[in-house]
Every structure is written in C-alpha cells, then in structure tokens.
Ligand binder design. Structure first.
Ligand code: HEC
Length: 254
C-alpha cells in the first residue's frame, strides 16, 4: 500500500515539470533572463562589445518565438503547441536556416550547441509554456501599473491625473514594440507615474468609454481628470522622445 502511494506521488511529481526550473537548470548558463531592449539594441549596434552576451536573453527568445513560430493570431494553446514543436526540433538540430532570431543578430552568436538527449519531451512542453508567457510577464513587471477603467477614473479624480488608455490587439506588432521599447523606459515610466493613470484595453473584445470610436492599433486615448472629455487621441508607434513629447503636450493643453 505504502509502495503504491509512493509511486503515485512520484508520478505526480514527475509530471509537474516546471518550465522555469528546467530553464534555470539547462538554459540559463547561456541565456540570461531580461535586459531592457534599449540596452540590447545599443549592444547589437556595437557588435556585442558592450554586454558581451553568450546568447540572446530569454525575453528576446520569448518575443521572437511568439512573433515568428506558428500562427500568432490563433489561440494561445494552439501557438504554444507549435512553439513546443519548434523547440523540440531546434534543441536537437539547431541551424541558421531554421533560426527565428532577427537577421541582425545572426553574425553575433554562434549556432547553439545541440542538446540531443538532454531535454525530455515533458521538459520541452513545460519550456514552451514558460517561454511563451515570459515576454508578457516581463512587460508587466517592468512597465507601469495598469488599472481597470473604473479604478482609473477614481484615481484620476483623487490624484488629479489624466487617464491614458492604450488600445491594442493581441498580435499587433506595433503594440508590442511600444510596450517593449517605449513604455518600459525609465523616463517614460516616471512621466506616466507622475501625471497619468494607465488603462490597457484589448480593442478586439473591449469597448472604449465615452462612446469613443476606436482608431487602429496601437492607439492612445487621453481623457481628462473628471473622466468626461477626450483630450487627445493618436494612433501609431513612436520613439521614446516622440512619446515623451506627446505626454508633455497633452499635459500642457489639458
Ligand atoms: C551553451 C550555450 C547555450 C545553452 C546551454 C542553451 N542555448 Fe539556446 N542558444 C544559444 C545561442 C548561442 C543561441 C543563438 C544562436 C542560435 O539561434 O542558434 C541560442 C538560441 C536559442 C533559441 C533561438 C533559436 C533560433 O531560432 O535561432 C532558442 C529557442 C533557444 N536557444 C532555446 C534554448 C533552450 C530552451 C535551452 C535550454 C534547454 C537553451 N537554449 C540552452 C546558446 C545556448
């Protein structure tokens, strides 16, 4: 009886493979977790002489896998499965031809050594889930706190802040670019935290308040402190400097 219980427990334990653990045991010796994209861009422009990375960061891998492998407009489970298949194959037979990394980084890193026999099927499945989720988690961890619209209206009134709604759809590249390269930069975060309350709305499934007609994505809708009037709305991507200009001008003209 005791023996049966033991094997049952063991089986459960074996199946509960955590992607995070596998990554920290088998991948992190080469792949670091997170470095802000602005630093990475500078590093690659200088041929990796600045950070001297041995491999792309996990955050970069996560973004590229989600962008390049399988159908990013499908549901998450479907795409995770395709990522799992890609990983299973790449870990056994890595090659330049299969690579989904940005071409500009190809000359920087040698091809990954093959890990045939070192990662089990269960571990690859767990890695795919973990790597799929990681980019989004990093954007939340390093970005500005987001609120529901209802909360934002309360905070805006109390703290005399402007409401900023970021309109996105899940597979919009420009939206990811803004989250990844602009909204995580220290000066942008500081300006947003000081004078704005951020709301993020998935425009595929969520409506904008005040009967606002949605623009394309990404789009930014500024609403006054009382939550009664649209101050400004713009669509498109921009640099940190351009976004800072936009915030300043909305603040000045509110
Ligand atoms: C000995 C160092 C090393 C280890 C260990 C390592 N990698 Fe890599 N990996 C690299 C390098 C270098 C690259 C960039 C060149 C390339 O893409 O092959 C890379 C690239 C990748 C890519 C992008 C493939 C592409 O499309 O080009 C993925 C995905 C990846 N690694 C996953 C993993 C996972 C998962 C693990 C752990 C199970 C792991 N790596 C362990 C060095 C390593």
């Amino acid at each position: 009886m005791k023996f049966v219980l033991m094997t049952l427990l063991l089986a459960e334990w074996l199946f509960a493979v955590s992607g995070e653990e596998v990554f920290s045991k088998k991948c992190v010796s080469c792949h670091g977790y997170y470095i802000p994209q602005s630093k990475l861009n500078r590093n690659y422009e200088q041929n990796n002489t600045d950070l001297k990375l041995t491999a792309p960061t996990l955050t970069e891998l996560s973004f590229r896998l989600k962008d390049q492998v399988g159908d990013r407009t499908t549901d998450a489970e479907g795409q995770k499965f395709e990522i799992e298949e890609f990983l299973a194959d790449y870990l056994k037979n890595p090659s330049k031809e299969k690579s989904v990394l940005r071409k500009e980084t190809h000359h920087i890193f040698p091809i990954m050594p093959n890990m045939k026999g070192e990662v089990s099927e269960e571990e690859v499945e767990a890695l795919a889930d973990f790597m799929y989720e990681y980019a989004e988690q990093m954007m939340i961890a390093h970005g500005v706190q987001r609120h529901s619209y209802k909360e934002a209206v309360q905070i805006a009134k109390k703290e005399k802040k402007i409401i900023l709604i970021e309109g996105f759809i899940p597979y919009c590249r420009g939206c990811i670019k803004m989250d990844r390269e602009v909204l995580v930069e220290p000066e942008v975060k500081e300006a947003l935290n000081k004078d704005f309350v951020l709301v993020k709305k998935n425009l595929l499934i969520e409506k904008l308040p005040l009967g606002i007609k949605r623009l394309g994505t990404p789009s930014f809708y500024f609403i006054n402190t009382e939550g009664t009037k649209v101050l400004e709305m713009v669509q498109g991507t921009g640099t940190v400097e351009e976004f800072m200009e936009l915030l300043k001008s909305v603040k000045k003209n509110q």
